[in-house]
Design a protein around this ligand. Structure first.
Ligand code: ADP
Length: 409
């Protein structure tokens, strides 16, 4: 390239895409390039000689004077308007955003400021659009987050509801199942009872029938004895029937949970004496019942339940013993308990069957020919449990049995 072709400063000045305006210390524009003229809408000649203020929006002209002065005091190259938007004014009154950098130049021995000006309208628009879409994005994200958390909450609530429903249904199913099983069990119990009762009722009823018809035949005084015997038979049969019905009533009450407990302070010996007396009628020829007790014992317990279980145990002792045998009831007391034992010299319980003794409807092989339901001991055990007590027994076939009831004081 020859020296002739080297572009002059003016050509560079004009070719520059940035608007360039040179201003003297008084703020008078002394030079401007083509780009500056296009930018501000003035002819270059219109600019020259004018104060820079005509290119500033009116609102900032005042401030610009002091800014210019402070710049002139420390004239270093710098970017104008750091941290704030700079606005410029076109000839047609339109304001537009600009970026300006300032430099110093020495022209004709006078310090001048050279301002490089770029129209940043497009950039600003772009920035604005970007900011808007950013803001929009933030709003969308927040909305999304909101919706997600709402949905999550709704889902959580639905899950909790579902879990509760499942639990409730499970509970209801369990309860129905339980009710069904209980119903089944009670039905089975009823049918077993009906078959047992119809069997057990037959003997006493036919005894009563035949005794009654015989009594009507024995009209003379000589037959007084026979009449009395048959009256006794009828009484025994009625007792048997009564026992069966009592057992069943107790069982039904226990099963339905209707048996409630009422504690009272009672005297054990007097309660047992009543029981012995009430069972006098079922004793066989020569049988005796003896109550052995050091002194009188009192206990806070349910008298009805205690009487019921004592009646059951004593009637078994009498029922499963032969004539002339003795039954002994003993009362013992220690610090914590009262112990009642019912000892007989009866048929005893075969060892191999003893494990089933408290099961419902259990009847030992050696008791088949003696009237009974197999319910009494099962009821007794439940009653004793209601009183927080316990029952044990010892028995030897053909020698006798002892049942021991321990009740807390
Ligand atoms: P039940 O006497 O009506 O049959 P229990 O439940 O009172 O019903 O007794 C169950 C079974 O236990 C009786 O059938 C009998 O085999 C046996 N048992 C109960 N008590 C005695 C006893 N004192 N002596 C001999 N066997 C007894």
């Amino acid at each position: 390239m020859s020296s002739k072709e080297i572009p002059t400063y003016e050509a560079i000045f004009e070719a520059c895409e940035e608007g360039i305006i040179v201003v003297n210390r008084k703020g008078i524009m002394v030079l401007a390039n083509q780009a500056a003229s296009v930018l501000f809408g003035y002819d270059i000649d219109e600019i020259k000689g004018q104060t820079i203020d005509i290119l500033l929006p009116k609102s900032i002209r005042q401030k610009h004077v002091s800014l210019r002065d402070s710049y002139n005091e420390d004239p270093r190259p710098r970017k104008m308007g750091a941290g704030r938007d700079l606005m410029a004014l076109r000839k047609n009154g339109e304001e537009f955003p600009v970026e300006i950098s300032l430099n110093q130049a020495n022209l004709n021995n006078e310090t001048h400021t050279v301002a490089f000006i770029i129209d940043i309208t497009e950039r600003k628009k772009f920035e604005l659009a970007l900011r808007k879409s950013e803001e929009q994005l933030i709003i969308y994200a927040a909305e999304l987050e909101n919706r997600v958390s709402k949905r999550t909450q709704e889902l959580d609530a639905t899950i909790v509801q579902l879990e509760e429903q499942i639990l409730e249904r499970k509970k209801a199913e369990e309860e129905t199942q339980k009710a069904l099983e209980k119903e089944k069990y009670l039905n089975e119990l009823k049918s077993r009872f009906v078959s047992m009762a119809s069997h057990e009722f037959r003997t006493p009823l036919s005894t009563m029938l035949s005794s009654a018809s015989l009594i009507s035949k024995y009209k003379d005084e000589e037959t007084e004895d026979k009449r009395e015997r048959h009256v006794q038979k009828i009484k025994n049969s009625i007792n048997n029937l009564n026992n069966i019905l009592n057992d069943f009533l107790s069982l039904a009450k226990l099963e339905e949970g209707k048996e409630d407990i009422n504690f009272e302070n009672i005297e054990i010996e007097s309660l047992l004496t009543d029981v012995i007396e009430e069972l006098n009628d079922i004793k066989k020829e020569g049988q005796t019942v003896n109550l052995i007790s050091g002194n009188t014992h009192t206990l806070l317990t349910d008298p009805k339940i205690l009487k019921n279980l004592a009646t059951n145990l004593l009637s078994n002792a009498i029922k499963y013993s032969k004539e002339n045998k003795e039954v002994i009831i003993e009362v013992h007391e220690n610090e914590e308990h009262i112990r009642l034992s019912f000892k007989d010299q009866g048929i005893g319980i075969p060892l191999s069957e003893q494990q089933h003794l408290f099961e419902r409807f259990f009847r030992a092989q050696n008791a088949i020919n003696i009237q009974g339901t197999g319910l009494g001991l099962n009821i007794v055990k439940k009653y004793i449990e209601m009183l927080n007590g316990s029952i044990t027994f010892e028995s030897k076939e053909n020698y006798g049995s002892t049942f021991i009831v321990t009740l807390p004081k």
